[in-house]
Design a protein around this ligand. Structure first.
Ligand SMILES: [Zn+2]
Ligand SMILES: [Zn+2]
Length: 114
């Protein structure tokens, strides 16, 4: 199968997962060998689209252990990262554009033409 064919296959799965809002599964799929191959495909267009609802950024969003005033970890969990409306049309994940998360995510799959 051609890379573009394989990529279309992976992105169809991504779109399916996006319907179910399984951001975690999308990330896992795109970071697998199959997913990286699809992201490396130069025929796949990654365009910034504006989603109606803000979502956590797929790159900088993390659950972290909260710390108390003395800097000791507590049992509380908190989050870092922002909620943004910018989403990739192909990856179906949200990324901050201004903070560089968009670039970071797509950089590892970049081709010489970028
Ligand atoms: Zn971000
Ligand atoms: Zn993308």
């Amino acid at each position: 199968m051609e890379q573009h064919e394989r990529a279309k296959d992976v992105l169809a799965q991504v779109a399916e997962l996006a319907e179910k809002n399984s951001t975690k599964s999308i990330k896992k799929l795109l970071q697998s060998a199959k997913g990286l191959d699809a992201l490396a495909c130069p025929l796949v267009e990654h365009a910034i689209v504006y989603a109606p609802k803000p979502r956590w950024c797929a790159v900088c969003f993390r659950m972290v252990t909260a710390r108390d005033a003395d800097g000791n970890p507590t049992k509380r969990r908190t989050t870092t990262g922002g909620r943004i409306k910018t989403r990739c049309s192909a990856c179906k994940l949200h990324f901050c554009v201004k903070k560089g998360c968009w670039k970071k995510w797509h950089h590892q799959h970049e081709h010489e033409d970028v």
